[in-house]
Design a protein around this ligand. Sequence first.
Ligand code: SF4
Length: 168
Amino acid sequence: MKSLELYSKLIVNIDEYEKKILAAFSKEIKCKKGCDECCILTSVFPVEAYVIYKSAVSENLSLPENFTKDKCVFLYNGQCSIYKSRPIICRTHGYPIFYDGRVDFCPKNFTEIKTMDSGFMLNLDAVNRTIASINIIFVKEVDDPFFRKERISLTELYEYISKTQRVC
Ligand code: SF4
């Protein structure tokens, strides 16, 4: 599907941004396995849900059975159980983003620096607009009606993956 190609390219760009910021600020970024403070995501665009679904089903992924209260359903023992196919917002967690007219980042990061070149700031508004555009194409391309929605809750997606795994 054309939409999935576009989404993959966007992931490559975001992952390159991550590499760039990690290379420049490795000592300033405290994000690491086990820190799950930002894992409170509840819904995603259908194109992202589809990528998670396909990856989980093809790899017969073990989904978490015990949920952490008020946290993402895919969080397991402080780690992301769908890390390879995690949504774009999760790939930007903790880093400096320009969003809704302001710059934001995890307060545990960048505690020793006072300024930063704007080239290291990710324009999340623009990224979100791009995903929304890709999603419009995706919803027209996808056959499965489950994915033809505006947003998909992660709980609903978790249940859909589990149901498919039980049937296979
Ligand atoms: S999908 Fe993974 S990285 Fe994103 S909020 Fe859920 S557990 Fe955290």
